[in-house]
Design a protein around this ligand. Structure first.
Ligand code: DGJ
Length: 716
């Protein structure tokens, strides 16, 4: 049983395959965290300690110190001076609230999160719902714990209902609090910028508050919402690792605070600077979902848990099962210079080379000849496509190849018919000129009429166009966030309502084009998050396709997200055969695609590409569904090495990528701990055989010292 309540001890115990999570009802009213770690069934309460200068409620006396208490959800104002999960502004204006335990319920499945994407339940998924009440505001708070046992993941979210007479405002809303009774931990997180996403960073916790956040209205390139806490000596195969993530694509806040008693408080939720939500009498607010996992055997297991969870519960079911289509995208080779003949020529070549899909990127609509104009005008450019989109797509598909198209629905150029007709449909603040970014403004996706306009445009433009794929882009962050449709007291809701609008349009795309693949993108990996992954299996990892940088970006991304989500394109081969081979070997770490002007490629290069595509198709399923294990991270080494293995462990893809600065003549030993002893594996490239025992002990490879050098072994 994944969720149990011990009535005698007043303890809730949540268990997954390998982990346990426990808390108790303390003093009949507060929820006290007891344990998160390796699976155990034997959980006991510990005596509380009191320290001076810690306030306490009169009736409980010094037996309860909010400031030290390991809380399941932290409130503001009653003597807990650490970072709170919830700050409300009620009728008294003070922000103080004191929710106490009322009841619990355990049920199969999970809650729907009111327009916010969440992890999909399966037949084993169960949820614990705890109801708490605050007598002064008359609010009820449901703390929800959904247990995904096979993946060793527990998710948390909350639902707040205003049952009082007065309106109240939510000023801060986190999806959970986790109070750990230790601080001997390092924090691993990914920072970055456009073209340099997912830069790995590991640093020991120190006293005080550390946060990673986005105030940009999207998850952003600056920080990914994934982070981990680990024991100081934790490595791939050793040590305690707690992994966290947030199923949301807007501004977020992840806080880690080490207090004056060296306990650590972790919380994940909505970015608090740009969030506020007014709840009228009877209204409810549901937070997005945060997830956590634990491994007592290092990062490798944490990664396996997160990958397994993402494949089973986040990615669209159909997409995980369907073969990944190898696309040829027009962007890097042609930028905005696209027209009918080019696409038809691309298709002719692409079919011969074994591609599955042509993707027509930016430049097909309105006056979109460059990035100054056109966003918002979602009708085809008839100068470029004189017979219309439908004719083009059917012509291409008749050649035996699928067709995908680029859209950026959330944006508008001031130079567009849409903006001229509805200048107040963009986010803006009255009397202030909104800031531009890439010459564009952001549409006010909190307005239903904007969403309806977009649905209408796409419905009309695509009504007889048999599209197989959408690349949904988002190329700027939100500034000047104000909505002409909301009163002043609701302006702080715009960031959250914006995301709900985006999700509702994505939901519409999924229902309108159920068989199409959706790839999301935000100037590369600016919205690489679990919520976006519920819509489309792939995310464009980065606009940076330079293989030297990509190796690092991909290695970090793979720590938290499976290869199935990671769109990796070979681009700009610059006529160098060695370089093309290297680019390919880097790109096969994820879902392969290509971006260049295929008309300009020599026959020799085309032959190589055709061979690469054929080869990739042999192990594509393994990449999409197999287990990933890092052997050597490129962040700490002069090379990168990893392998994928299938469930039966009889199929392995081993990769070694040399980085710049690799020393010629040195050797590296790569151990494949999943190889089966006594079984013989043969490399499909070289025909060389290895015993499973040898692979487990490690195969030794010499480094060439050439920056363009990489090894690929496909062992079966
Ligand atoms: C940014 C994306 O990351 C690129 O791949 C491309 O689609 C451009 N936008 C098009 O404007």
């Amino acid at each position: 049983m994944a969720i149990r309540f011990d009535k005698e001890k007043n303890i809730f115990l949540l268990t997954t395959k390998n982990t346990a999570y426990a808390f108790e009802i303390y003093g009949e009213r507060y929820l006290r965290h007891l344990y998160y770690g390796k699976k155990t069934r034997n959980i006991e309460s510990n005596p509380q300690k009191y320290f001076s200068f810690s306030p306490y409620p009169e009736d409980l006396g010094v037996s309860y110190s909010p400031d030290l208490f390991s809380s399941e959800y932290a409130f503001w104002g009653m003597g807990d001076f650490r970072t709170p999960a919830l700050r409300l502004k009620g009728a008294d204006g003070t922000g103080v609230c004191d929710f106490t335990y009322s009841s619990y319920r355990i049920f199969r499945g999970r809650h729907d999160l009111d327009g916010i994407p969440s992890a999909r339940a399966d037949e084993k998924t169960k949820t614990l719902e705890i109801t708490m009440k605050d007598s002064v505001t008359s609010c009820t708070l449901k703390l929800c714990y959904t247990v995904f046992s096979d993946s060793d993941v527990i998710s948390r979210y909350m639902i707040l209902t205003n049952k009082g007479k007065n309106e109240l405002e939510i000023e801060k809303c986190m999806s959970f609090t986790l109070d750990l009774d230790r601080s001997d931990l390092d924090m691993v997180s990914f920072w970055g910028s456009h073209l340099h996403e997912c830069t790995y960073e590991r640093a020991p916790l120190t006293h005080g508050l550390r946060s990673i956040t986005s105030r940009r209205g999207s998850t952003s390139h600056q920080f990914n919402p994934f982070f981990a806490l680990c024991s100081h000596k934790a490595s791939e195969g050793f040590g305690d690792v707690y992994g966290f993530n947030f199923v949301y694509s807007g501004s977020f806040l992840c806080e880690v605070e080490v207090d004056q008693r060296s306990q650590t408080r972790v919380s994940v939720g909505l970015g608090s600077e740009n969030f506020g939500y007014t709840l009228a009498k009877g209204e409810s607010f549901t937070s997005p979902e945060a997830i956590m996992t634990y491994s007592n055997t290092g990062f490798d297991k944490m990664t396996l848990n997160l990958h397994d969870f993402t494949r089973r519960h986040i990615l669209p079911e159909k997409a995980v099962l369907a073969p990944h289509p190898i696309v040829l995208n027009t962007w890097e080779g042609c930028v905005f210079n696209i027209e009918r003949k080019l696409l038809v020529d691309f298709a002719d070549e692409a079919v011969k080379l074994g591609f599955d899909m042509i993707v027509m990127d930016d430049g097909w609509f309105g006056k979109r000849l460059n990035d100054n104009a056109g966003l918002g005008d979602w009708f085809e450019n008839r100068d470029r496509f004189p017979n219309g989109l439908g004719e083009l797509v059917r012509t291409v598909k008749d050649k035996g190849i699928k067709f995908g198209i680029w859209v950026e629905p959330e944006m508008v150029n001031p130079d567009s018919d849409l903006y001229r007709a509805h200048p107040d449909w963009c986010l803006h603040v009255p009397e202030r000129a909104p800031a531009l970014s890439r010459n564009q403004l952001v549409l006010d996706m909190s307005r239903p009429e904007v969403i309806e306009y977009l649905k209408d445009s796409f419905r009309k433009t695509f009504h007889d166009v048999p599209l197989d794929y959408f690349k949904w882009d988002m190329n700027r962050h939100l500034s000047d966030v104000g909505s002409a449709a909301l009163p002043p007291e609701k302006q702080k809701e715009v960031y959250f309502r914006y995301m709900k609008g985006v999700y509702s349009l994505l939901d519409w795309f999924v229902s309108e084009y159920p068989d199409a693949v959706i790839e999301t993108c935000s100037g590369g990996g600016g919205r690489y998050d679990l919520a976006m992954m519920t819509y489309g299996i792939q995310i464009w990892t980065s606009d940076n396709t330079n293989p030297y940088d990509r190796t690092d970006i991909q290695a970090s991304a793979l720590m938290a997200y499976p290869a199935a989500t990671m769109s990796c394109h070979v681009s700009d081969p610059r006529g160098s055969l060695a370089s093309l081979d290297y680019r390919y070997k880097v790109a096969v770490g994820g879902m392969l695609g290509y971006e260049f002007d295929i008309r300009k490629m020599s026959d020799e290069i085309k032959k190589i590409i055709a061979k690469q595509i054929k080869e990739y198709k042999r192990f594509e399923r393994l990449m999409r569904r197999g287990n990933y294990h890092m052997i050597a991270s490129p962040v700490k080494n002069d090379y990168s090495a990893y392998y994928y293995v299938n469930g039966d462990r009889n199929e392995i893809l081993l990769t070694l990528i040399e980085k710049k600065g690799c020393k010629k003549g040195e050797t590296r030993r790569l151990k494949i701990k999943d190889a089966i002893p006594g079984v013989t594996y043969t490399d499909k490239y070289s025909g060389v055989s290895f015993s499973g025992d040898d692979l487990r002990r490690g195969i030794t490879l010499p480094l060439s010292g050439e920056p363009d050098s990489a090894y690929l072994f496909y062992l079966k």
